[in-house]
Design a binder for this molecule. Structure first.
Ligand code: ADP
Ligand code: MG
Length: 336
């Protein structure tokens, strides 16, 4: 058995046009779609850097500008302004150089329905200059790696949604790309297929693959991505680790305690919590505290209750989430 993973790549060269081993850099990247009723600014001046080997996510609601951004980075959409370097090449100056160094899995199923699964992969390898035997060998390895060996001779219409996504990822990896772009890779697939895809994508990243993924799923962004760009109406709202985004956006922790009787008699003590100011709400037997400084609050609620002869029935602490962070950043609820 060959111990080398099929997607192992030689170390990618440092990017000549950027500082350090950068996989992607954008400066003021912008896309405006002209429309009769007024131009639509789909991407509004993005400045981003993605390091080699990073798992980077673009998170945003429907229409935020994620696919347009991916389109510009993969040379399919021409920027209106700004610059982007991908794998060391500028996307408008050297689109062929960029294309040869990236793998793209678009939102739509772009498999060739006239071909078998194996042919879809092998033809892609041939297109990128692989000899026929090498293309076939690599295709077989990838299909095996993704649990699709028994689908090699199937036509693509015989695949489930999740299987089709896996084939598309395999196809995108045929020519050993430096950067793998995945546009909403799990949209519309069932939960089991989603787990399988998460596992496959995570394993690819573990071997050093640089991955750029877009998603409108908060949990997917949080589970997979090392860093996230939160995009809304084409603008970058935050770019950091999921934890840092949650912390820096002022997202609040909610601490709720339910006593065995009305908490109003303890209201004075409950309103004087450590580390305030906090937002305290007493509703019958329940006190709910929203705070950016949760340390010591729960202990205080327990002691204040005990002093007032209240017994705790239930206590729940809900830490800040990307959902609450989005609310803080945009002033509105996250509606994918
Ligand atoms: N080819 C296009 N022509 C005109 N408008 C477009 C085109 N592609 C996308 N848009 C618009 O640009 C905005 C961003 O779209 P898109 O990048 O697809 O967002 P996302 O992928 O985050 O859902 C949306 O308002 C969308 O309707
Ligand atoms: Mg999209």
């Amino acid at each position: 058995m060959n111990p080398t993973p099929v997607h192992a790549r030689p170390a990618a060269p440092a990017v000549a046009s950027a500082d350090g081993p950068t996989a992607i850099r954008t400066e003021g990247l912008r896309k405006v779609y002209p429309r009769a009723q007024g131009d639509l600014v789909a991407v509004d001046g993005l400045d981003l850097t993605v390091e080699q080997g990073e798992f980077f996510g673009l998170l945003g609601t429907n229409g935020a500008g994620k696919s347009t951004t991916i389109g510009m980075l993969t040379t399919l959409v021409t920027p209106t302004a700004g610059t982007a370097w991908v794998a060391g090449r500028e996307v408008t100056a050297d689109p062929v150089g960029v294309k040869s160094r990236i793998g793209v899995v678009s939102q739509a199923n772009t498999l060739d329905g006239a071909l078998t699964v194996m042919e879809n992969l092998a033809f892609h390898g041939r297109y990128f200059g692989m000899p026929a035997s090498a293309a076939r060998r690599r295709a077989l390895e990838l299909l095996e790696q993704f649990g699709l060996a028994d689908k090699a001779t199937a036509k693509t219409h015989q695949l489930s949604g999740g299987q089709a996504r896996r084939v598309m990822i395999g196809r995108a990896l045929m020519h050993v790309p430096e950067v793998l772009f995945l546009d909403e890779p799990t949209a519309g697939v069932d939960p089991q297929a989603r787990d399988d895809l998460w596992q496959i994508i995570g394993a690819l990243h573990a071997t050093g693959q640089t991955v750029v993924l877009t998603t409108h799923y908060l949990d997917e962004a949080e589970a997979l991505c090392q860093r996230l760009a939160v995009i809304d109406h084409g603008r970058l709202l935050a770019c950091d680790t999921p934890d840092a985004i949650k912390a820096s956006s002022g997202a609040q922790t909610v601490i709720a305690v339910r006593y065995d009787a009305d908490a109003a008699p303890a209201a004075d003590a409950l309103h004087h919590l450590p580390g305030g100011p906090h937002d305290v709400d007493i509703d019958g037997p329940t006190v709910r505290v929203r705070t950016t400084h949760p340390d010591g609050v729960l202990g205080h609620l327990l002691r204040a209750g005990a002093t007032a002869d209240l017994t705790v029935r239930d206590a729940i602490t809900t830490p800040p989430s990307l959902q609450t962070a989005f609310l803080t950043l945009t002033g509105r609820d996250y509606q994918p």
